[in-house]
Design a protein around this ligand. Structure first.
Ligand code: C2E
Ligand code: CA
Ligand code: CA
Ligand code: CA
Length: 281
């Protein structure tokens, strides 16, 4: 029995070792990708639930790996964050997204100019001069601050991030919109949000899925939408995959939605085509 325990321990150690080597390999491949510029952006429409037309697009990063092909962010964002590589990756994402929204806006009539929504890690805000970097990127792309929305995850609400909030307030004074992503998955409450520089709450897909079968979850989503409106916040429901989701959310008064029902993330050209589509009549 003692020998078996020893073997188990060895196996455990070798697993640990493999996992570590894998992380290191991923990190160095990611480092290489940053230098070579092996990333691309996909855009998913944010849709007005009334007209079902896009009002903006969320930019979602992909790693174009020379042998593995397109790698989803779930595979590398965590390592990018802990290694700090999210800083150069995020910088590229911001510049590329603004460049693309500038192209869209030049191609579209002035009454239907979309914004682009960019996921930003708290780690990026911790870099000195991040606010200036954002403002310079806007100026360089030649778009007004209203063409940009920044998405931050809800974990921000829990921790001690006063300097991040101060920077967000500053960006918001310039006209950049601020969204809290994955709302409902963490520990925060809406009551806490009303004192924060936030414009938009994104309801996580989990709630959208569950509300169809669970009266409790439906009541929760109803509560979030209602309270958000009272606080003057806009709501985007994520992960809408069916007309049942759409109709339920529209009936609750949720103004905006996002999901495969309308479109999965597409390239910039296809996104512009979605914007240009004008229904008959
Ligand atoms: P997220 O910000 O919550 O983005 C929504 C995710 O849900 C995206 O996955 C999107 O493709 C997916 N999605 C959208 N509609 C539906 C639907 O109807 N059904 C289902 N099942 N999924 C849907 P994606 O593109 O794989 O991104 C995953 C996560 O990676 C994002 O979650 C975000 O947290 C992170 N991420 C993506 N791009 C960036 C980035 O540029 N910077 C940072 N820091 N994080 C990013
Ligand atoms: Ca997001
Ligand atoms: Ca989300
Ligand atoms: Ca998410």
């Amino acid at each position: 029995a003692k020998g078996a325990g020893k073997n188990q321990w060895r196996r455990y150690q070798s697993h640990l070792h493999d996992a570590m080597v894998e992380r290191l390999e991923l990190r160095s491949a990611l480092d290489h990708a940053v230098h070579e510029g092996h990333f691309l952006l996909a855009y998913q429409p944010i849709v007005d639930l009334g007209s079902e037309e896009p009002v903006g697009f969320e930019a979602l990063v992909r790693w174009y790996h020379p042998t593995k092909g397109v790698v989803a962010p779930a595979e590398f964002i965590a390592v990018a964050e802990e290694s700090g590589l999210i800083v150069p990756i995020g910088r590229w994402v911001l510049q590329q997204a603004l460049h693309t929204v500038a192209q869209w806006r030049r191609a579209l009539p002035p009454d239907r100019l979309p914004y682009v929504s960019v996921n930003v890690s708290v780690r990026q805000f911790r870099e000195a001069g991040f606010v200036d970097e954002v403002l310079q990127a806007l100026a360089y792309a030649g778009v007004p601050p209203a063409a940009l929305m920044i998405e931050l995850t809800e974990t921000l609400l829990a921790g001690d991030h006063e300097t991040v909030w101060r920077d967000l307030a500053l960006l918001r004074e310039h006209g950049v919109r601020v969204a809290i992503d994955d709302f409902g998955t963490g520990y925060s409450s809406l009551g806490y949000l009303h004192r924060r520089p936030v414009d938009v709450v994104k309801i996580d897909k989990m709630f959208v899925d569950d509300m169809v079968d669970s009266p409790q979850q439906l009541a929760l989503v109803t509560g979030i939408v209602g309270l958000a409106q009272t606080l003057g916040l806009t709501v985007i429901a994520e992960g809408i995959e069916s007309p049942v989701h759409r109709d339920l959310l529209a009936r609750l008064g949720c103004p905006l939605g996002q999901g495969y029902l309308w479109s999965s993330p597409v390239d910039g050209t296809e996104a512009l085509a979605q914007m240009s589509y004008v229904p008959d009549g």
